[in-house]
Design a protein around this ligand. Structure first.
Ligand code: NCD
Length: 317
């Protein structure tokens, strides 16, 4: 069954580099298109042909399991030829620069390159050197737009809306591109956004991003509809940001006692990978209020929507 897409939404831009550049209408267009793919992905026959003939390269300079596999499945389900390239096997280790890699790949005529890189701004730089569409799959602590879109889709499906919800984003906001993209998206869609964490893990002047700032889980979670936990990103920390993981869990880890500070029935999210017992307890992560598995499912649908919406605007589309 190859059901034609009902939504004709197309992104009238070549790249998706961040949520920052998207309007509320574009965000809604992507979420509505993603809803169709949620349905498709639950069928036995999941294949569409809208990207047939297109080449998608997943270029990952940083380790990734879920984001890379999600983009790979998304591309394949739309009929694209997908190639995965990770830095450990590339000539970056032989001293080639990011720009050289971009120019080399560009010569192979890809239609879409999905890029993850450890430095903020690297994906945008690469996008200026190639002729195809570029999707940011996470750049440093800057943006991770498809994560924010899949989070928004998950919230909208469970709460019926995004506006006027109180969302508490908790933990290592400082190192988190997920937090940044979510703050921008949720604000744009009319949600009330809070960040909760120790001051060492919140960016200076974070309130300028339009969030309320809390250093205490009880106050920060009070009346929250959504509690979004972040991974303690120790690989990005140089120096000591927390006394110990035990103490961190005691003050900022989400367990059922702290979850009780939020609205009754508040929903729990985490982008993964999780450090169980560090930022979240296993019973909450696997409990009835957790949306964590649904987030992964929405990830494939949202990435299909982004690929589809960008490809409708590709040359010869
Ligand atoms: C996030 C990332 O890579 O930014 N993970 C993800 O994409 N699923 C969050 C994280 O690494 O903690």
């Amino acid at each position: 069954m190859n059901i034609a897409s009902k939504s004709t939404f197309a992104l009238s831009r070549r790249h998706l580099l961040g949520i920052e550049a998207l309007t509320a209408e574009e965000i809604i267009g992507l979420l509505d298109l993603a809803e169709e793919f949620v349905e498709l992905n639950r069928q036995i026959e999941k294949k569409r042909t809208s990207l047939r003939g297109r080449t998608q390269i997943n270029l990952f300079f940083e380790n990734s399991t879920r984001t890379q596999s999600s983009f790979e499945l998304a591309g394949k389900r739309l009929g694209a030829d997908v190639m995965n390239m990770s830095v450990s096997s590339s000539s970056m280790n032989k001293g080639e620069t990011l720009i050289d890699t971009a120019i080399t790949l560009n010569a192979m005529h890809p239609d879409i390159i999905v890029v993850r890189h450890q430095h903020s701004g690297a994906v945008e730089l690469l996008s200026r050197k190639v002729d195809c569409s570029v999707i940011n799959a996470g750049d440093g602590a800057h943006e991770h737009p498809t994560q924010a879109l899949l989070d928004a889709l998950t919230i909208r499906r469970n709460k019926g809306r995004l506006d006027r919800l109180t969302v508490a984003i908790c933990g290592d906001v400082l190192h988190s591109r997920v937090a940044r993209s979510n703050i921008i998206l949720l604000n744009r869609m009319g949600a009330r956004v809070r960040v909760v964490g120790p001051s060492t893990l919140l960016p200076p002047a974070v309130d300028r991003l339009g969030v309320e700032v809390f250093h205490d889980m009880r106050a920060g979670l009070a009346d929250a509809d959504i509690v979004m936990m972040l991974r303690l990103q120790r690989e990005r920390m140089n120096g000591s940001f927390i006394p110990s993981t035990q103490e961190y869990f005691a003050y900022f880890g989400l367990d059922s006692k702290k979850l009780a500070f939020a609205k009754p029935g508040a929903l729990v999210m985490h982008p993964g990978p999780m450090n169980r017992g560090v930022e979240i307890s296993s019973d909450v992560a696997d409990g009835a209020q957790s949306l964590i598995r649904e987030q992964v499912e929405m990830g494939v649908a949202v990435r299909m929507a982004v690929l589809e919406a960008l490809s409708r605007n590709l040359p010869n589309a």
